[in-house]
Design a protein around this ligand. Structure first.
Ligand SMILES: C[S@@+](CC[C@H](N)C(=O)[O-])C[C@H]1O[C@@H](n2cnc3c(N)ncnc32)[C@H](O)[C@@H]1O
Length: 296
């Protein structure tokens, strides 16, 4: 990397190298340019929106070492940018992120601020973020519904540690809590006005074909059996017992939209529109969930 002097030099060089190495940038960025800018500026604790005039500043010798180390790790080890920086933006909020949790990228980032109108008919007082990972979905809900109590549940203790760090970061300890639970197991008897969930939904045989960046994420955040429906079906069959009368289930289901419509021909799923066309999100009322319940 000799000859690189300014922030602009490093960003330009990184884009070339990311493209040459065919890195997968879409995990938490839209383009190689966006990821290069995020990494170069983020590694020096500079904001992404830094004014253009500062891009032509020369780096201090210590800063050269920092930027070069992080770009080398990204290119040679295929470590996701969010893990290298220890943080990621989601729905306009900053979250602590590392190898204990999936990199936040759910299309629910654009749907939560719309408050699931008109399907969510009542402002939720109790919200469950099932399969919470970093807590990004539940914490975003906590900001959108400032009077709500929010439970962040996950089977992974390491993920819950990260979620707790994010609750503290956003000063939400008074009304956002974590819960260690295998799906709904530790929630017996509890009901919520909104259940939001981005569960694992990747077919086992597809996991190995994902780009190396995805192999860095916890296996338990993606793996969902032969057909990828293991957790989705469990949630559909049990959510009804945990929703209030006017409650709503919002569930990310990836590429399984048509499979679900075939499996449940009697259920009129509401499909929420979002810009990530390859990832479907459904909404079901409490009554519709009750119809899916295994022992309803
Ligand atoms: C796709 S990640 C979603 C993380 C986060 N909600 C997000 O959108 O970025 C799925 C999460 O489900 C959790 N998980 C896997 N199996 C589970 C189970 N049986 N019960 C509860 N959580 C589970 C994983 O630990 C992981 O954090």
């Amino acid at each position: 990397m000799s000859g690189l002097a300014t922030l602009r030099d490093y960003i330009r060089w990184a884009i070339s190298q990311f493209n040459r190495a065919q890195l997968f940038s879409k995990q938490d960025s839209d383009t190689a340019f966006e990821e290069a800018r995020t990494l170069v500026l983020g590694s020096l604790h500079l904001p992404y929106e830094l004014h253009d005039k500062y891009l032509d500043c020369n780096l201090h010798s210590d800063e050269h070492a920092v930027v070069q180390a992080i770009l080398t790790q990204r290119i040679e080890q295929r470590i996701p940018a969010a893990y290298l920086l220890g943080e990621a933006w989601f729905a306009g909020l900053l979250f602590k992120v590392d190898e204990r949790v999936m990199v936040p990228r759910s299309p629910l980032a654009e749907l939560i601020p719309q408050h699931f109108s008109p399907w969510l008919s009542k402002t939720p007082q109790r919200i469950l973020d099932l399969c919470t990972g970093s807590g990004c979905l539940g914490i975003t809900c906590a900001f959108e519904f400032p009077d709500a109590e929010v439970v962040l549940a996950d089977i992974s203790e390491p993920a819950l540690q990260v979620a707790n760090e994010n609750i503290a970061l956003h000063q939400l300890t008074e009304r956002v809590y974590t819960l260690h639970s295998d799906m709904f197991a530790q929630l017996r008897g509890q009901r919520f006005d909104l259940i939001i969930c981005n569960p694992p939904y990747v077919q086992t045989q597809q996991l190995a074909q994902l780009p190396p960046e995805f192999q860095r994420e916890p296996h338990s955040s993606a793996a969902a059996g032969q057909d990828g429906l293991q957790f989705i079906q469990h949630i559909l069959q049990h959510a009804g017992k945990h929703l209030t009368d006017k409650g709503l289930l919002v569930l990310e289901v990836g590429t399984h939209r048509s499979a679900l419509s075939t499996l449940y021909p009697e259920i009129d799923f509401t499909w929420l529109e979002c810009s990530q066309e390859d990832t479907a999100v459904l909404a079901l009322t409490a009554q519709q969930c009750a119809a899916c319940c295994v022992d309803a």
